[in-house]
Design a protein around this ligand. Sequence first.
Ligand SMILES: *Cc1c(COP(=O)(O)O)cnc(C)c1O
Length: 404
Amino acid sequence: MTSSVYMDNHATTPTDPRVVDVMLPYFTEKFGNPASRQHKYGWVAESAVENARNSVARILRVDSKEVIFTSGATESNNLAIKGIAEAYSSKGKQIITCATEHKSVLDVCKHLEKFGYKVTYLPVNEFGLIDLNVLEQAIIKETILVSIMIANNEIGTLQDVEKIGMICAKKDVIFHTDATQAVGKIPVDIESAKIDLLSFSGHKIYGPKGVGALVVRNRNKKLKLISQIDGGGHERGLRSGTLNVPAIIGLAKALELCNDSMDEEQKRLSLLRDKMQNAFLTELDEVYLNGHPTQRLPNNLNISFMYVEDNTLMMSIKEIAVSSGSACSTAQPQPSHVLKALGLNEERRHSAIRFGLGRFNTEEEVDYVIDRVIQAVKSLREFSPVYKKRVATKQTVSELQHPK
Ligand SMILES: *Cc1c(COP(=O)(O)O)cnc(C)c1O
């Protein structure tokens, strides 16, 4: 058994060595600037970037002119939402998003609120799904954009993007989706879901950090989008700045590798995930699954181990890298807004652990994690007076908290 297990693949993934290999020449002998049009160094870099763009476009089944390289999903989300807000402010200033979005969507919306935009944050049900009727009713004449993610990064819940796209198209509203956890992991059909803008990132798909893309569709009419980084007019004027050539090459290779093994990986990871889930649910009492039981990512498992504080559990399984509900993806640890939006009580939110399986996890590692977590939960519960009282009186936690 290796000395540590990485099971936090929603936060980031290791760069696949095959990705690193294709990137390396672009740091050294092929270091040219793709914007240098007068010499071979520039041409070599430019053609490599265009090959990468074509490859990304082919896999996502869009036109290569619709792929804009960025520094990651945070930037893609900023460009999509601020870019549309700025371009369509004369039509209206209302934006619709959802309470469980990533901070790189929610914080952008909050920023826009300071400039007179009205943002509707749709609630979700206990499984993390928005209500499509509520979405449809929320769309008004002033609505310019709906931004709803495909797959949630904490609980793995998959929204009904095809239906969301249908509603947006019917109401003639632009549809942006943060597909960072979905692209490369599950099939994403941009055309049939009528997606206008789609964000994703390299480092969530075994590519390098600091690179991503925004797909800007021009389905029926040309979408207006105002750039947020100006200077030089790179990326069709939508994102200026010298292109990060090695990272772009790596992003395309990473997406190709994910695409080639997607079916197998979906099956393999969901079996491993189910094995973990079943072990926890059968061998421990008062363990709850957070998120949707079926409509979810194959590699996600978010579980609350009641009576055991998430960070305490993590401290006692230090060699295993997972995430807790109270120190999510943001720079500042704070209680998870996602688990809160599900309506979970505080005990359940503070005992939630996210397991994110990935390409390099083995069954041996999964078995190890199962044993270690079960052992740790059992021994920590030995120190929990509430748990002991519960066992002694055969009461459930809610009966203890709300005595009749
Ligand atoms: C990781 C993540 C982001 C941010 O991506 P970066 O490339 O790190 O900026 C945005 N949305 C979701 C759903 C994510 O999981």
